[in-house]
Design a protein around this ligand. Structure first.
Ligand SMILES: Cc1cc2nc3c(=O)[nH]c(=O)nc-3n(C[C@H](O)[C@H](O)[C@H](O)COP(=O)(O)O)c2cc1C
Length: 365
């Protein structure tokens, strides 16, 4: 049987924020990394990281840094406090095979009454509504985070603009990015994809013109010394991927793909599994979405190659086990990140490092 997750999916966002991570083991001794490389101008000890999601604050980042994840993304922040949807925020989706598009036409069962038998088995849905602490809280916390990282580890801050009465979406993206910059972060990820929010900010990546326009503003206002990563969701159409990459590439340093994939989630009785309006659909993540993420990553890699620009590609979505890692690299990802996998297996980065390190020794002998 698997150990319970470090991010307790039975607890609310606030409880995980205040009391997590829930880990009672011993962090590994770091193994020497043979895979040191450059991530957006900074030296990192490996290509393994955690995307925006489970790292709710500096305590979470400090913990996963000790576990050997080298690229750590602070969960998406906003320019003002935004409450989380009520608990439950995550449910198991015990589907027992990976998804393709036709599987997502039908409702899927979400439940907490499930015991996964292996890491590959873990597909979940999450629905938070992109909560954020107030800037006073997260800015101070981001500042604290820098001191918790070892050499060869970097922090990325994920952020999103919020459509408000007194300001347009692009201006709020800029405002939030400047706050993150002020908190000492020069690796910024703009979240253009979240199936769980009702506002326009959740679907931006599907509109190449709007994405390009916001990134152009961000680049102009932030200058050249900030690295900008665009987080996008699943895209099936290669033409749409090319258009998005073309329109955004003049202002970008990296693309992170994919965010969760939207699905309709019901309980075993056939009713919406997540309480409250606007939560009938929620984001699927973990093992089940791996074929969809690999497909998107391959197509983005093709589009980047055709364009001939040095854009870094971060692969996300279904990296649950050490065996998944090479699949993402083969698909064209320069760096590989795990959210769901890392929630259940905090030793994931350690195991990837161990494997790449021993393979290197074998190669040298
Ligand atoms: C608990 C949880 C919270 C998440 N919150 C965010 C978020 O705030 N911003 C974001 O861009 N993605 C968020 N994600 C999506 C992940 O970054 C990732 O794109 C997605 O889960 C697919 O990766 P996985 O299969 O490794 O989980 C979240 C995922 C999880 C599991």
């Amino acid at each position: 049987m698997l150990a319970p997750p470090i991010y307790d999916i039975r607890k609310s966002y606030d409880e995980n924020y205040q009391f997590g991570p829930f880990f009672s083991g011993i962090p590994p001794k770091q193994i020497p990394s043979s895979n040191q490389t450059i991530f957006l101008g900074k030296t990192v000890s490996s290509r393994v990281g955690i995307p925006a999601g489970p790292l709710l604050n500096s305590r979470w980042i400090g913990f996963y840094a000790k576990m050997g994840f080298d690229i750590l993304t602070y969960k998406t922040v906003r320019s003002r406090y935004h409450a989380s949807y009520p608990n439950p925020n995550c449910l198991y989706v015990p589907y027992h095979k990976t998804f393709d598009l036709e599987d997502l036409v039908h409702p899927l069962i979400g439940t907490l009454s499930y015991t996964p038998s292996s890491l590959n088995d873990i597909t979940i849905t999450n629905s938070f509504g992109m909560p954020s602490q107030s800037p006073e809280v997260w800015m101070q916390d981001v500042q604290k985070t820098h001191d918790l990282l070892a050499p060869g580890q970097v922090l990325v801050v994920s952020l999103v603009g919020t459509q408000q009465e007194d300001t347009d979406l692009a201006s709020d993206f800029v405002r939030t990015a400047k706050m993150a910059r002020e908190a000492g972060s020069d690796l910024l990820e703009v979240n253009f994809s979240c199936p769980n929010v009702k506002g326009k900010e959740g679907q931006l990546y599907q509109n190449p013109d709007a994405s390009g326009a916001i990134l152009k503003r961000l680049r102009k206002e932030l200058g050249p010394n900030v690295s900008l990563i665009m987080k996008i969701g699943f895209i099936e159409n290669p033409g749409q991927i090319s258009a998005l990459v073309e329109q955004t590439s003049p202002f970008l340093d990296a693309i992170s793909a994919i965010n969760t994939v939207s699905g309709q989630i019901i309980n075993p009785e056939g009713h919406p599994a997540l309480p409250g309006p606007g939560r009938e659909r929620a984001g699927l993540c973990g093992g089940g979405i791996k074929p969809l993420s690999l497909r998107t990553i391959r197509r983005i890699r093709d589009a980047i190659r055709k364009l001939g620009k040095p854009i870094t590609l971060i692969g996300v979505g279904g990296f649950n086990t050490v065996e998944d890692y090479p699949d993402f690299r083969d698909a064209g990802a320069d760096f590989v990140m795990s959210a769901t996998g890392a929630m259940w297996d905090p030793f994931l980065a350690y195991h990837v490092k161990q494997r790449t390190f021993s393979q290197d020794i074998i190669r040298k002998e």
